[in-house]
Structure formats: structure tokens, C-alpha cells
Design a protein around this ligand. Structure first.
Ligand code: NDP
Length: 282
């Protein structure tokens, strides 16, 4: 089985970003990472994203607010970031604390700065197959991983495990746009192993440590593991039992070292795209 490494996909995306930067006449795009509180997951994602952006020649800054900030105060602060002409793109680390109305933020964020596709405008564009918006970075990272490895998508049976708005649903739309025949599984799916085995491309986005194994992988399948979990020994792992599928799958992404690295590269690409689109609209 071939291991599909995220770092190699990320390098290819870096080349695209560098080409885009040449068109910006020296103006360096800047990301604002909006974080409320100190959740370890958020901190780790923020560190990874900022490191990747710096490596791609892009700027970022974090805008951090206390975990108990009120909804009104947060909206006031968020509006300032949203309207700041020095900020090219925004990434809101989620989930936000309960007292903050996430839907209001989704509606407030300027669609042309919404790099992770949370605004209803960008979601509608993903569903309409309109590439002028921003898709959620992780969903797009799956498609980028397939394309960078020359894995044909058109006409293939793609099975996605997970139907969240962050990964499963937008990914179904992106794969359909690439002419895959898409099946989306969830907790009520009957015969999950059989349905998964039917996939020539199998994407795991359930958030359950090592839940997919050799029973779920079809012979020769390409398996993309989006999951980020911690196993019984406290080690990072995906939704796929990598060792178990080795005997069935043709290719698979590891965790860590797979889709995660591509997600931050896609974020960087979106930031460069946002800068170009903003430049061209002025
Ligand atoms: P959610 O918890 O929002 O959604 C999980 C989905 O998986 C739901 O649709 C759920 O079904 C389905 N599911 C859960 N358990 C099962 C099961 N036993 N059988 C079938 N379906 C199941 O998760 P997210 O989409 O936000 O994230 C998924 C994973 O991806 C997580 O591990 C997360 O950490 C990771 N992730 C990784 C990123 C990256 O950069 N690599 C970025 C974002 C997320 P139902 O709808 O019926 O409840």
C-alpha cells in the first residue's frame, strides 16, 4: 500500500501560492486567527497554521479573547477585525463557547475574507459548484490530496463517512463537482462496512479513533483519513486503523502526516486567493 504524504501535497500548493504572491506587487496577505479561550485543540491548530503561513511567505496574527467574553463584546471586536483593511482573511477557531452565537458570526463574516467557508454565501457557492467562494479548507484538502497524487475522481464511487457542515457535506459537493458518484454515511447508515467497501475512494470523517478497518476497505481502494483523534495510549490517530487496511487498500493517508498538513496549505492558498480577489475588485 502506498502512503500518501500530506507534506508532498503541501509543497505543490506552496508553488501555487508563490505564483499568486508574484501578482500582488509585494503586498503580503495577512490572516487573523480569531480564538476565544485556550482550548488545547485550538492552540495546536493555530500554531500549525501560523507556522505553515510563515513558511509560505504569508503573515498571520492571532486575535485572542477570554473564554467568558460576552456575545455583545465579542461581536463588537469581531466587527473591527472584519472591517480592518489590513486583514486579508479570517479564520475563526470553532466551536465557540456557548454564550457566543455562532450563527451570527457566520452571517457577519465578510464572504471575501471567510477563508474556511463558514458564511452562508460561501456554503451556497460550494453547493452550487461556484468556485468564486471559499470551501471549508479540510473538505478542499481531500480533493487536493487526490488531485496532487493523480488519483482520478471522475466517474469513481466515493464514500464519505461523516455528514458535518465542516467536512462531510461540503466534501460531497466538491467530489460531485469532480464527477464522482458520492455516498454519504452517518450513524444511521445500515451495513456501514459493506457501503464503505463499495467505495473506490473512501473518506473517513467521523471523529472516531480507528473505527474503519480492513472490513471497511474495498480491494484497491484509496483511503483518505480526515479524523484527528487520540487513541487509548494518548497518541494522535485517525478514524482509520492504518495497519489493518494495509492488506486491502491501494493507497492511504496517515495520521499524523496526512490531510492535516494539506488543510493548512489550503488555508494559505485561500489567503493568497483572497488577496488577489480583493486587489482585483478595487
Ligand atoms: P462531527 O462530530 O461534526 O461529525 C461526525 C460525523 O460522523 C457525523 O455526521 C456523524 O454522524 C458521523 N459518525 C460519527 N460516528 C459514526 C459512526 N460510528 N458511524 C457512522 N458515522 C459516524 O465531526 P467533524 O466533521 O467536525 O470532524 C470529523 C473528524 O475530522 C474529527 O476527527 C475531526 O477532528 C477531524 N477534522 C480534521 C480536520 C483536519 O484538518 N484534518 C479539520 C476538521 C475536522 P451523525 O450525523 O449521524 O451524528
Amino acid at each position: 500500500m502506498i502512503t500518501l504524504k500530506g507534506a508532498e501535497v503541501s509543497e505543490k500548493i506552496k508553488e501555487q501560492v508563490q505564483d499568486m504572491l508574484k501578482e500582488l506587487d509585494g503586498r503580503v496577505p495577512r490572516l487573523a486567527v480569531v480564538r476565544v479561550g485556550e482550548r488545547p485543540d485550538d492552540l495546536s491548530y493555530e500554531r500549525g497554521a501560523m507556522k505553515k503561513l510563515a513558511a509560505f511567505g504569508l503573515e498571520s496574527r492571532s486575535c485572542v479573547f477570554p473564554a467568558d467574553i460576552s456575545n455583545e463584546e465579542f461581536q463588537r471586536e469581531f466587527r473591527k477585525i472584519n472591517e480592518d483593511p489590513q486583514i486579508t482573511g479570517i479564520l475563526v477557531l470553532r466551536p465557540l463557547p456557548k454564550q457566543i452565537c455562532g450563527a451570527d458570526i457566520e452571517n457577519m463574516i465578510a464572504p471575501d475574507k471567510d477563508l474556511d467557508g463558514i458564511s452562508p454565501v460561501n456554503i451556497a457557492k460550494v453547493f452550487a459548484g461556484d468556485a468564486s467562494g471559499f470551501a471549508p479548507c479540510t473538505a478542499e484538502a481531500v480533493v487536493e490530496t487526490l488531485k496532487a497524487n493523480d488519483i482520478g475522481i471522475s466517474g469513481k464511487r466515493a464514500v464519505i463517512v461523516g455528514r458535518s457542515m465542516v467536512v462531510g457535506k461540503p466534501l460531497a459537493m466538491l467530489l460531485m463537482k469532480e464527477n464522482a458518484t458520492v455516498t454519504v454515511c452517518h450513524t444511521k447508515t445500515e451495513d456501514l462496512p459493506g457501503t464503505c467497501r463499495d467505495g473506490e475512494i473512501l473518506v473517513a470523517a467521523a471523529g472516531r479513533a480507528k473505527m474503519l478497518n480492513r472490513d471497511h476497505a474495498g480491494a484497491g481502494a484509496v483511503v483518505i483519513d480526515v479524523g484527528i483523534n487520540v487513541d487509548e495510549n494518548g497518541k494522535l490517530c485517525g478514524d482509520v486503523d492504518f495497519e489493518s487496511i494495509k492488506e486491502k487498500a491501494a493507497m492511504a493517508t496517515p495520521v499524523p502526516g496526512g490531510v492535516g498538513a494539506v488543510t493548512t496549505a489550503v488555508l494559505a492558498k485561500h489567503l493568497a486567493q483572497a488577496a488577489l480577489r480583493q486587489k482585483n475588485s478595487h
